[in-house]
Write a protein that binds this ligand. Structure first.
Ligand SMILES: Nc1ncnc2c1ncn2[C@@H]1O[C@H](COP(=O)(O)OP(=O)(O)OP(=O)(O)O)[C@@H](O)[C@H]1O
Ligand SMILES: [Mg+2]
Length: 357
């Protein structure tokens, strides 16, 4: 009995803690278990999907014609692993890799099905290796960079003897470039830190109305200096404080609004919106800017990626969206974008809503 309990408990912990989506169905293909990662990926809450046919929840093209669970039940194949596009509860398409397993009773009758799935992305082992190399590189370059900066400042202050105006001009230019490199290194190190789970979200009750209003107020001078308007709109149903990591979420929105300004044309408007949809807090930043080419859209959250239509004068390191994604995902949320070149871009953030009681 003790052993059985321990096993069940262990299964529960493993199932809930899995970093990939997982659900179980009974022999009628109705959902009987749905883990946290599946909630994050699909936007459905466990309470809403229990007892529902899995095809209504996963909603992929395969569900109705070539359901892998039904195929497994029929062919008695132990595993079926494929790639597919599923739709989340809001109709957004998500490319996933999945593996389905059919479970049979002692008489060989189909008894239950298990499906695990995760969003398709780059090879994780390669990503880990890449992050490791970047982190060594960033650490090693940080010290020479700050030493050089300090020495140049010393020369500029005249402590190493008099300098000519021309030399001052060059040194000031070097200092400016050096600061850019330092900024890049610090951003990189911070991003790697978040990706490694080093800064767990510190959530506090936040009045979303004030939060967005302040955010927009802070960004408005920069937008106006570029001839761009910012408007915001907050769902009236958000009438109680919501638990979010204010500092981190501010960084994310700053990044998105900063991009919207950078990649907009004069006279354009940026719309920031907060709304509640079925227990999720949805934040949207929409612009009427240059848009992102279709081929580039799947890559914008990658390190150092800059779209091919990115104007030369728009300065940037290509790290803003990578950190935005790392922060949002560490809060149990998702971030994605829709865009049309020449028309505009909308970024969406979906966060699990936790109201302050
Ligand atoms: N709102 C937008 N409109 C059009 N293109 C965008 C928009 N947001 C991002 N992009 C494209 O995605 C790329 C990556 O964005 P990201 O914020 O990561 O980097 P960045 O803005 O170039 O630099 P930084 O590190 O300073 O943020 C941008 O270079 C740009 O090509
Ligand atoms: Mg940016």
């Amino acid at each position: 009995m003790i052993c059985r309990l321990t096993r069940e408990k262990l299964f529960g912990i493993l199932f809930e803690g899995l970093p990939i989506g997982c659900f179980l169905v009974n022999k009628k293909f109705e959902i009987i278990a749905f883990n946290k990662s599946a909630e994050t990926l699909t936007g459905w809450k466990k309470e809403e999907v229990m007892g529902k046919p899995c095809s209504e929840v996963i909603n992929s093209n395969l569900c109705h014609q070539f359901c892998p669970l039904k195929e497994g039940a029929h062919t008695k194949k132990k595993f079926i692993a494929r790639e597919e596009i599923i739709k989340d509860r809001f109709g957004e398409e998500i490319p996933v890799c999945y593996s389905s397993s059919a479970v049979f009773d002692e008489n060989g009758n189909f008894e239950a099905g298990i499906e695990i799935f995760r969003e398709r992305g780059g090879d994780e082992r390669l990503q880990t290796l890449r992050n490791h190399i970047i982190s060594i590189f960033a650490h090693d370059i940080k010290t020479p960079c700050s030493v050089t900066g300090a020495l140049i400042n010393r020369i500029l202050s005249g402590k190493a003897g008099p300098i000519t105006d021309q030399q001052r001009e060059y040194l000031e230019f070097i200092i400016k470039e050096n600061k850019q490199v330092e900024l890049l290194i610090n951003n990189l190190l911070e991003l790697l830190h978040i990706e490694r789970g080093g800064s767990p979200a510190e959530k506090s009750p936040t009045d979303i109305h004030c939060f967005i209003k302040d955010m927009v107020g802070e960004m408005r001078p920069k937008a106006e200096a570029n001839g761009i308007n910012i408007a915001y709109d907050i769902d009236k149903r958000i009438n109680r404080p919501v638990l979010i990591d204010k500092i981190q979420m501010k960084r994310v929105l700053q990044n998105l609004i900063d991009n919207a300004i950078k990649y907009s044309r004069k006279g354009g408007t940026i719309h920031v919106k907060a709304e509640i949809q079925n227990n999720w807090l949805i934040l949207k930043v929409r612009d009427e800017g240059i848009g992102i080419p279709k081929d580039d859209l799947p890559h914008i959250f990658e390190y150092f990626f800059r779209a091919k239509n990115s104007p030369k004068k728009a300065e940037g390191t290509g790290l803003g969206l990578a950190s935005a994604r790392a922060i949002v995902e560490s809060s149990g949320g998702r971030i994605w974008a829709k865009s049309k070149e020449g028309v505009g871009t909308t970024f969406f953030i979906r966060l699990p809503i936790e109201l302050d009681s």
